[in-house]
Ligand binder design. Structure first.
Ligand code: GNR
Ligand code: NI
Length: 182
């Protein structure tokens, strides 16, 4: 039995729901002084993301204004965790792609979002090694969606004011009904 099988699973963190000032705030870059905090944060972000469930999570969604992202697209239902620290888009295709997006901070709300079809992202992994990932399809959308969160941007910011307001009003109404017990 591997040692880690007996280790307690990391605890989940509450996910902030829009509108919340933290979700509109730019996160700061991780530095060496953040090492301990980030080592503690990453397993909790994965636990939170898998429990939600979601395919990506950005630290500001769990009230940490640090440039940390977790992603797992679970290709063929197998875990494929990706941790991105200080991620940067270094190339984006001119070709655009539209796909339906959702967000754990806008529960129950979905809309078609148009973004570059392919991106190349430079980042530090959980060991501090410099890495690059290039993706298209769902991975490209997810990388851009998560990096947006680090800059205080939600998928609704890519929509027309009409669609954005419709979604934000619907979310507020649904959250109010949930709080009032339907
Ligand atoms: O779980 C999620 N699904 C998703 C679908 C299409 C494009 C982006 C995403 S990310 C989202 C989880 C989330 O809110 N991450 O910030
Ligand atoms: Ni999101």
């Amino acid at each position: 039995m591997p040692d880690d099988a007996r280790l307690p699973a990391a605890e989940t963190l509450p996910i902030l729901i829009a509108p919340h000032a933290t979700l509109k705030t730019k996160a700061r870059a991780v530095g060496p002084a953040d090492d301990a905090a980030v080592r503690d944060l990453i397993p909790r972000m994965f636990a939170t993301m898998y429990a939600a469930p979601g395919i990506g999570l950005a630290a500001p969604q769990v009230d940490r204004l640090l440039r940390v992202v977790t992603i797992d697209l679970m290709p063929n239902d197998k875990p494929a965790p990706l941790t991105l620290i200080n991620p940067e888009i270094v190339a984006a295709s001119q070709e655009l792609a539209t796909r339906e997006e959702g967000c754990l901070s806008l529960p129950g709300q979905y809309a078609d979002v148009t973004r570059p079809a392919r991106v190349k992202v430079r980042y530090l992994d959980e060991t501090g090694a410099r890495r690059e990932v290039e993706g298209d399809g769902l991975l490209a959308a997810c990388l851009q969606h998560e990096i947006d969160h680090l800059d205080g941007v939600l998928f609704t910011d890519h929509l027309s004011a009409l669609k954005r307001n419709m979604i934000l009003r619907r979310l507020a109404k649904e959250q109010r009904q949930k709080r009032e017990g339907r």
